[in-house]
Design a protein around this ligand. Structure first.
Ligand SMILES: NC(=O)c1ccc[n+]([C@@H]2O[C@H](COP(=O)([O-])OP(=O)(O)OC[C@H]3O[C@@H](n4cnc5c(N)ncnc54)[C@H](OP(=O)(O)O)[C@@H]3O)[C@@H](O)[C@H]2O)c1
Length: 251
């Protein structure tokens, strides 16, 4: 694909697919986009009561489903359903991921494979699926990859996880260049925030992170969602970037 940008602007996304939208940051992103008037599709392996409630409150603007992001065929089926119900997808947030809590020497081969499959291979497949359809329809769109500060700073117990997030940061840059301005492709890299994923961190680790953070508190999902919304909705020329939201903990 040509690397030459043409001069048309990429319009704000109006139908956004959020992977892992059932809880944590994904659910916060879904809620925020709905508040902004966007039509939103969200999936996770389990549809939570919170996500069901949003779907019931906004029957014309929300489509949810139980899909494992590593099951490409199921993802294809879900994308087709979304397009029928909400219209063509022109925004994607790759948010679904699994964490890790094991030193590399103690991490089972299957666990490394599962982390890579979920956090790196599956989002690459989902992105390809969505952008093929966008390009096929002549649509311009926006992609936002939720990565992590772990891709830029070292944290014990998160070796395979960090590798997947670094991989997505690298893919973000190359895809932005490959798409030649037809789509804006960016990543948001939050610092640690409270969620099911980070529940493995003990009070000592959390205290240490807070002490190292100039803004004096852990990142909150509410501090991350405006950045995701901006990348999906605002008229900017931000492309191929990784935006860190961590209160300067990593500086
Ligand atoms: N929490 C942190 O401190 C932190 C820091 C930096 C970056 N992040 C990143 O932020 C994003 C959200 O994390 P979070 O803390 O909100 O995590 P979370 O609360 O554990 O939520 C993860 C979401 O992904 C879904 N998911 C996991 N595996 C899936 C699969 N195979 N197929 C489909 N959906 C799947 C989960 O639903 P099911 O389990 O039902 O499938 C859930 O909806 C992730 O990309 C994470 O790496 C988190």
């Amino acid at each position: 694909m040509s690397d030459t940008a043409d001069t048309q602007l990429v319009p704000p996304s109006s139908v956004v697919l959020v992977s892992g939208g059932s809880r944590g940051l994904g659910l916060a992103i879904v809620t925020d986009l709905l508040d902004a008037g966007v039509r939103v599709a969200a999936f996770a392996r389990t549809v939570t009561p919170e996500l069901e409630k949003l779907a019931a409150e906004h029957p014309d603007r929300v489509h949810v489903g139980a899909v494992d992001v590593t099951d490409l065929r199921a993802a294809q089926g879900f994308v087709r359903e979304v397009e029928q119900r909400l219209g063509p997808i022109d925004g994607l947030v790759n948010n679904a991921a699994v964490g890790q809590d094991s030193l590399h020497v103690h991490t089972a081969t299957d666990d490394i494979a599962r982390i890579i499959e979920t956090n790196l291979t599956a989002p690459l497949h989902l992105t390809r699926l969505v952008i093929r359809r966008m390009l096929g329809k002549g649509l311009r769109g926006r992609i936002v990859n939720i990565t992590s500060i772990c891709a830029q700073r070292g944290f014990p117990g998160l070796v395979a996880y960090s590798a997947t997030k670094g991989g997505m940061d690298a893919a973000t840059r190359s895809l932005a260049r490959e798409l030649g301005g037809r789509m804006l492709v960016n990543a948001v890299a939050p610092g640690f925030f409270a969620s099911e994923m980070s529940a493995v961190l003990g009070p000592t680790q959390l205290d240490q992170i807070v002490r190292r953070t100039p803004t004096g508190h852990l990142t909150e999902p509410v501090e991350v969602v405006p950045v995701v919304r901006m990348l999906l909705r605002d008229q900017t020329n931000i492309n191929g970037q990784v935006i860190v939201v961590d209160g300067a903990a990593s500086i």
